[in-house]
Design a protein around this ligand. Structure first.
Ligand SMILES: Cc1ncc(C[n+]2csc(CCOP(=O)(O)OP(=O)(O)O)c2C)c(N)n1
Ligand code: SF4
Ligand SMILES: [Mg+2]
Length: 290
């Protein structure tokens, strides 16, 4: 079903506590619509622990289990086991964690869950830093970006950890990357994940205006530019990796960087170097995936 035709029930209500322009809140809203029906959401420490509201109030209609930072995958596995014991096989269990909780501290639990083939959907909403605690660097922070733990005048050199490759090395039932800036692609992937049994993983790029030092009104545009520049390819893995969208012509990475203050200290040479690496990676991807 296309995004524009979807009239499913809202499960994210007004009164949530996200900043204006937060892609993580929009992504949750549409993920729950796409999954439809009964979904239990498991949330470790991250911005979403705050966005959902303070007990006893909550902005989500879906039940939430708040868990320690490193345990999203294992807690979701426990919820799945409990539901199975009760015979509630049609309820979906979705772990919803940030990049810090996935690329870093939760990676061991995620690996165990993928390796066991646990019947859960694990979503990482990746805003490329520890935003809830003040924009500290994670291993998802990309080369060239500023964070509050980046030494002055020294933008990050390391290339972002290739989590997608780590995940598919476990041979999950399904894996994909998506962003809410491409809603039809986003919906198809959540609906597909819902229809499959086993370990499923979705990596969402999720813009964060305060952390990316960007106008709220540019939030969705930044996600579009990430895809159109090739720095965040839209992928699907079902035994093989496929590009689900191929831009006709990649836009310059500088256009993606220009709207975000976190890249403002980059000099021309470094931008050109990142440009070369991103293009080479994208061309390789185009050549090696069908
Ligand atoms: C073991 C542990 N260490 C540190 C924290 C503090 N903490 C809470 S949220 C958070 C940042 C989470 O970052 P991320 O997973 O990227 O989600 P985001 O805040 O960016 O949405 C940290 C460091 C914690 N709750 N538990
Ligand atoms: S800090 Fe960023 S990720 Fe967190 S609620 Fe605000 S916009 Fe969303
Ligand atoms: Mg984060």
């Amino acid at each position: 079903m296309r995004f524009s035709e979807l009239k499913r029930q809202e499960q994210l209500n007004s009164g949530h506590l996200a900043c204006p322009g937060c892609a993580a809140s929009l992504s949750m809203r549409h993920a729950l619509k796409a999954l439809g029906g009964e979904t239990v959401v498991v949330i470790p420490a991250c911005c979403w622990s705050i966005i959902s509201g303070t007990y006893p109030t909550t902005a989500l209609s879906a039940p939430i289990l708040h868990t320690p930072f490193e345990t999203a995958a294992s807690s979701a596995t426990g919820v799945r086991a409990a539901l199975d014991m009760k015979g509630e096989f049609n309820t979906t269990v979705m772990a919803w964690a940030g990049d810090g909780g996935t690329f870093d501290i939760g990676l061991q639990a995620l690996s165990g869950s993928l390796e066991r083939g646990d019947n859960i959907i694990y979503v990482c909403y990746d805003n490329e830093a520890y935003m809830n605690t003040g924009i500290q660097r994670s291993s998802a922070t990309p080369a060239g970006a500023w964070t509050t733990t980046t030494p002055r005048g020294k933008p990050i050199e390391n290339w972002k950890k290739d989590l997608f490759s780590i995940v598919i090395a476990h041979s999950p039932a399904y894996a994909a990357t998506a962003t809410i800036a491409y809603p039809d692609d986003f919906y198809k992937k959540f609906e597909k994940a819902r229809s499959i049994k086993g370990a499923r993983f979705i990596h969402l790029l999720s813009s964060c205006p305060p952390g990316w030092k960007m106008a709220e009104s540019d939030s969705i545009k930044s996600l579009r530019f990430a895809v159109e520049s090739g720095i965040f390819p839209l992928l699907e893995w079902d035994g093989k990796t496929h590009l689900t969208y191929t831009p006709e012509k990649l836009i310059p990475i500088a256009e993606y960087f220009e709207i975000q203050g976190r890249y403002k200290r980059l000099d021309k040479e470094r931008i050109e170097e990142i440009q070369r690496l991103v293009r080479a990676h994208f061309e390789k991807l185009k050549g090696t995936v069908a």
